[in-house]
Ligand binder design. Structure first.
Ligand code: HEC
Length: 114
C-alpha cells in the first residue's frame, strides 16, 4: 500500500466514524425519551408520522429542512402546512382537518420542552 492510499483509508475511516456519530443526533439530549404529554399531542404524533415524517424525519432535515428547532410561531407553521412552499405540498382541510392540524401543531410545540 502506498502512503497515499494509507492516507486515503485513514480519511475514509475518519468519515465513517464521523457519520456514525451524526446518527446519534436523533437521540434525546437530556436523557428522556419523548412522551406525549396528553392525548392531543399523541394524536398529533400519529398524524405527523402519516403526513410529515417522510420529509421531516423526527423533525430533522430530510427532503425538507429540520423543523424541530425552528423558532417560528406555530401559526406560521400551520400556514406552511396549508399553503405549502417549493417542494412542500399544501394540505387542504379535506386531508388534514382543522383539529388534526391543531394536534400536529401541539406535537411540534412539545418538541421544544423535552
Ligand atoms: C414532500 C415533502 C414534504 C412533506 C410531506 C412535508 N414537508 Fe414541510 N417542508 C418541505 C420542504 C421541501 C420545505 C422547505 C420549503 C421551502 O422553503 O422551499 C418544508 C418546510 C416546512 C416548514 C418551514 C421550515 C422552515 O424552516 O422554513 C415547516 C414548519 C414544515 N415544512 C412543516 C411540515 C409539516 C407539519 C408537515 C406535515 C403536515 C410537512 N411539513 C410535510 C417538505 C415537506
Amino acid at each position: 500500500m502506498s502512503m497515499n492510499s494509507k492516507a486515503a483509508s485513514a480519511i475514509v475511516l475518519f468519515l465513517v466514524v464521523l457519520a456514525s456519530c451524526a446518527v446519534r443526533k436523533s437521540e434525546p439530549v437530556k436523557g428522556t425519551y419523548f412522551q406525549p404529554k396528553n392525548s392531543t399531542v399523541a394524536r398529533g404524533e400519529q398524524l405527523y408520522m402519516i403526513h410529515c415524517q417522510k420529509c421531516h424525519p423526527g423533525g430533522e432535515a430530510g427532503l425538507g429542512p429540520a423543523i424541530n428547532a425552528n423558532p417560528a410561531p406555530q401559526f406560521l407553521k400551520r400556514f406552511q402546512v396549508r399553503h405549502g412552499l417549493g417542494v412542500m405540498p399544501s394540505f387542504k382541510p379535506e386531508e388534514i382537518s382543522r383539529a388534526d392540524l391543531h394536534a400536529i401543531s401541539k406535537y411540534m410545540k412539545q418538541w421544544k420542552h423535552y
